[in-house]
Design a protein around this ligand. Sequence first.
Ligand code: DQA
Length: 136
Amino acid sequence: MKLLFINGVNLNMTGVREKGVYGTQTLDEINKEIASHFKGDKCEFFQSNIEGEICTALQKADCDGIVLNAGAFTHYSYAIRDAIASIKIPVIEVHMSNVHAREEFRHKSVISGVCKGVICGFGKNSYILAGESFKL
Ligand code: DQA
């Protein structure tokens, strides 16, 4: 199975920013753990702070499932929502933190409605749980 893990804005700062919320591991370290968990599968990783680059990555994706942590784009990016809606590959929205236990602006996602499902609150394991769900 081919899986694509996309991280959006500020996720490149994981391990540096708000360690109490997102942990101390860098995104690179987390991605290595994900790749070793899915060692029988092909994993690709992409991160960008630029909204349009996330849309292009979604449009160009060639895989069985996409795990997307859009970061703060989740809460307001209609462009990413439309990009998800325009492709046939299923997308699972993930968040490391439990966004519903945080500030009110994080309770709203404009992308959930076009995603196959949503997983949040399990730290780096949110990515693994989402990837595993494609195998069910
Ligand atoms: C996040 C939650 C978002 O609200 C936030 O803007 C992020 C990270 C998470 O993984 O918990 O950047 O998507």
